[in-house]
Design a protein around this ligand. Structure first.
Ligand code: PRX
Length: 704
């Protein structure tokens, strides 16, 4: 069954949603004065009648080897092609051109997690040297060439940016897997992308201790082999040159330390390959409704133009800013708004190795003060966490943010106000940027110098992006109606992924089939992009994003597919059935709870629960660790045998389970409810009362 078929009857659009209208916050005048976008004429330049040519304004921020002939080619709809005929190199745009103009300017500041370790300042000139040398190694030592895919499984170190930019220099398509993912998850992505080289690091610091990361490379290579993909070379950066942080042996002829090999390439220069705008820059895997992850395939020209333009106008990046995004480069936020967007604009971007609250809740503010950070970007989960561990901490430090971003999850207005008043000291413009792995860059946000902020709403569509809310039948849900529906984007934009790597049918099924008006149409108007999010549009045109309408659980801003979680639980031999549901969490937004039933002859026990947890950590990674595993005698099911996730989700969240009389086994529900809720109450883990939108989400979860 396709993803789309699975999500078809989602009833989000029938849900009436009410919430208190929040007051506006005007952008601070000092911000407006210096903003990149402060003249309302920009809205005119990006008005719908100027589409698609409006986006040449973004493309012109780049240096092209050859200009494009066609701005947007729709002839193979919905596989859009931007800036066709144009040639460029992303590495050149992010490094060489700034190194030539300003070699001593700092490109990257790297902050190690241990506070006593030295902060590293890498100039554009130095970055160019490192990128050149590593590109020489990739091409000569690893034999990589244009169009090859290579998997990266690296932590938050500057070597990751160097590796990405070296790949981009050669036209090698990088596929960075989030460092916190397990070896098996990495192996699956190696196999899917067909990478024969894995680039990793021996270890890194997290929450104060050195993690053995190389051990995951061995698991990844083994898993890839199981799935038919042979990895012949593993390149290992070392966290501390000359020292090896891992316990795992080096495999002769396969594993190489970069610091031992790179000397051979000292001082070498690699000419950036002149690539087509429509060639691919990278793959970024994300979860969907089926177990197989989707490799969102991003272009060079369209993507780089889009992240550069949106970083300039929405994050207000100027070359002399010090910009810090706390996301991980292993997610799309880090690709677009730590590496490619900021470096393309020639600014200084900060990379921080560790967790924000190490060793205490004041750490981010000390970093900001020391480095003179003036643009700060993070997620609601980090904001909630920092607020919990040190609500007054920001005032102890003398930093000043002119601009702040939030991304990845809906932010509660109350949390937004703390961010504004405490972190931003009421001086900063905030943008709540709504977008996705698939979309390359922002979709919804206020333009910070020109549109007021409204806590809890991302704002209208960004420049040149025209969102619309449809009900299940494709009727437009009007703004101000108070009704939720499926938010879609009416038009293509340059940052949109090109396709799902190796699965073009899935690309159409998941993102376009639902609201496509004519499968043969070459007219973009007939192909609204289905985002998979529920949303409401207020009278003023601002969107409030309610969350996913498919089987995806957004844990701390990370997308986890229920099918992936359930398949992981089912690798435990004793488990007969498994279901994953979200539970509302005050810090992480949502957490996962697993329900499993066992095969006959097996008994529930803490060991059995532990096995399920271990299986999930092994198959996916620690980020997916369930809050609880509930072993139940039987799952509540429909007469056709489908597990009723909404019933168990309601149980986990202490919500009304609704009418269960039509189930095949209604009698099991009460037993499960008593067991789960009593245990939670005993542990002091009963959730607060849910808001109306949270209730709606839980009571409709998996309701397909
Ligand atoms: O549900 C939306 C939520 O995160 C999903 C995309 O996740 P991912 O591809 O991992 O990318 C995260 C970083 C862009 C969306 O479908 N989401 C993202 N940003 C917001 C958001 N929900 C509410 N408000 C946001 N600002």
């Amino acid at each position: 069954m396709s993803d789309n078929a699975e999500t078809q009857e989602v009833s989000e659009s029938q849900i009436a949603v009410h919430w208190r209208e929040e007051e506006y916050f005007p952008p601070p005048p000092a911000f407006v004065q210096q903003a990149n976008a402060s003249d309302p004429a920009i809205f005119e330049r990006f008005s719908e009648d100027k589409f698609p040519d409006c986006f040449t304004e973004y493309a012109e921020l780049l240096t092209w080897d050859k200009p494009w002939d066609t701005v947007l080619d729709t002839s193979n709809a919905p596989f859009w092609r931007w800036f066709v005929g144009g040639k460029l190199n992303a590495s050149y745009n992010c490094v060489d051109r700034h190194a030539a103009a300003n070699p001593d300017k700092t490109a990257i500041i790297w902050v190690p997690e241990l506070e006593d370790d030295e902060t590293l300042y890498i100039s554009y000139g130095e970055l160019l040297r490192q990128v050149n040398e590593f590109a020489a190694l990739l091409s000569d030592y690893a034999g990589l060439k244009r169009g090859d895919r290579v998997t990266l499984h690296m932590p938050m170190v500057p070597e990751l940016a160097v590796t990405m930019l070296a790949c981009a220099r050669l036209g090698v398509v990088h596929s960075q897997v989030f460092g916190g993912f397990s070896g098996n998850a990495c192996g699956t992505r190696i196999a899917d992308s067909g990478s024969r080289v894995l680039i990793t690091m021996d270890g890194y610091y997290r929450a104060g201790s050195m993690q053995d990361h190389k051990v995951k490379a061995d698991e990844a290579v083994a898993e890839a082999a199981r799935q038919g993909q042979h990895v012949d070379q593993v390149l290992i950066w070392r966290r501390r040159e000359g020292e090896y942080q891992s316990q795992t042996p080096i495999v002769d002829g396969r594993d190489f330390f970069v610091d031992e090999v790179i000397g051979k390439y000292a001082g070498q220069e690699v000419t950036p390959v002149s690539l087509n705008a429509t060639d691919s820059l990278f793959l970024m895997y994300t979860s969907g409704t089926t177990g197989r992850p989707k490799g969102a395939q991003h272009s060079i020209g369209g993507y780089l133009a889009y992240v550069t333009g949106t970083a300039k106008y929405y994050q207000d990046i100027h070359p002399d800013d010090v910009y810090w995004c706390l996301a991980d480069i292993g997610w799309i936020t880090g690709h677009s708004y730590i590496v490619y967007g900021p470096l393309s604009l020639g600014t200084t971007t900060v990379i921080y190795e560790g967790v924000p609250n190490y060793p205490d809740g004041g750490r981010p503010w000390r970093i900001a003060e020391k480095l003179g950070v003036n643009i700060f970007h993070t997620s609601p989960t980090s904001i909630r966490m920092l607020r919990k561990v040190g609500p007054e901490e920001p005032f102890k430090y003398h930093y000043h943010f002119k601009h702040m971003t939030t991304v990845g999850e809906p932010i509660e207005p109350e949390v937004w106000r703390w961010y504004y008043n405490f972190v931003g000291k009421s001086e900063a413009a905030i943008v709540d940027t709504w977008w996705q792995t698939e979309t390359g860059g922002f979709l919804g946000s206020t333009l910070p110098g020109l549109q007021p902020m409204k806590p809890g709403s991302c704002g209208p569509g960004v420049l040149g992006v025209y969102p619309v809310i449809y009900d299940e039948d494709g009727n437009e849900v009007p703004k101000g109606s108070g009704r939720a529906g499926n938010i879609c984007i009416r038009n293509p934009w340059p940052g949109i992924m090109q396709t799902v790597w190796g699965q073009p049918e899935r690309f159409i099924d998941v993102y376009y089939r639902k609201y496509n008006r004519d499968p043969n149409s070459k007219d973009w108007h007939d192909w609204p992009y289905f985002c998979g999010d529920g949303a409401v549009q207020a009278e003023d045109g601002y969107f409030r994003i309610l969350g996913r309408v498919d089987d995806v659980i957004n844990v701390a801003g990370h997308r986890l597919g229920t099918k992936e979680l359930e398949s992981a639980a089912l690798t435990v031999p004793e488990v007969a059935e498994a279901a994953a549901v979200p539970v509302i969490d005050d810090i992480r937004g949502r957490m996962v709870e697993m329900y499993v039933s066992l095969k006959p002859g097996y008994e529930a026990s803490p060991e059995m629960e532990g096995k399920v947890v271990t299986a999930i950590e092994t198959e996916i990674g620690k980020i997916a660790r369930p809050k609880n595993v509930w072993i139940v005698p039987d799952m509540p099911k429909t007469r056709s045998g489908k597990i009723m996730r909404r019933v168990i989700a309601s149980v986990s969240n202490f919500a009304d389970v609704g009418d269960v009389t039509t189930l095949a086994n209604p009698e099991v529900v009460e037993g499960i409810r008593q067991h789960v809720q009593r245990t939670k109450v005993a542990k002091g883990d009963a959730p607060r009362e849910l808001s109306e939108t949270e209730l709606a989400e839980i009571q409709a979860f998996g309701d397909v």
